[in-house]
Design a protein around this ligand. Sequence first.
Ligand SMILES: *Cc1c(COP(=O)(O)O)cnc(C)c1O
Length: 236
Amino acid sequence: MATIFTALQDVQARIHAACTTASRNDNEVTLLAVSKTFPSQDIRTLYQHGQRAFGENYAQELASKQQELSDCTDLEWHFIGPLQSNKTRLVAENAAWVHTIDRFKIAERLAKQRPSDMPQLNICLQVNVSGEDSKSGVAPNELLDLAQQVSQLPELKIRGLMCIPEATDNASRLTTQFATLVKLKEQLNSQGFALDTLSMGMSADLELAIASGSTLVRIGSAIFGARTYPPGNTAP
Ligand SMILES: *Cc1c(COP(=O)(O)O)cnc(C)c1O
């Protein structure tokens, strides 16, 4: 019988195979299990099997699940959804990572609201690598400015860059967009930043992302199954 645990193992095997093909070590790639819309019990099951990093898209859902799973002490919450000003406090108080920073204003609010007894909030700056108007993410030519501003906030720690490429199965277009993120990270590091994270790759394209240099893949449906979205929310 297929269970979410066997699905997790299948994804781990895909990551292992992709790392082998790319001559990379498995430990260079973190698996973020994207649990949005799925119940806390599913998260607990995977936690009991050793999975530690979980991704959520909705601030309120993140906060409720954090409460329900507060006994899972080393569970690491990543916020990966679009973040509005009125939801920053919930995220500042509950997440270890935020992957979707594309405006200074949101970063500033998170910094102000981060409780002083919590460690720095790890940040990935989201970059619009496909250039589509509809996409979130800072434009590549505005990334350096944003990174410099965010780096002034002591409550935050910039760890890397994140992208959601164009929704296509055209491998060469995806590869080009992943390569853009890789190059931007190298450019920032040559300007004195010390980024160690490239958050790229989802269920359908994790192999391409790992071949391109991803250090963190965000996997939802391949582990938890197909999602049905609540009204008003659309798939990324
Ligand atoms: C939902 C979501 C994912 C997971 O997508 P799958 O295709 O289900 O693996 C990854 N990243 C972001 C930003 C998401 O919102």
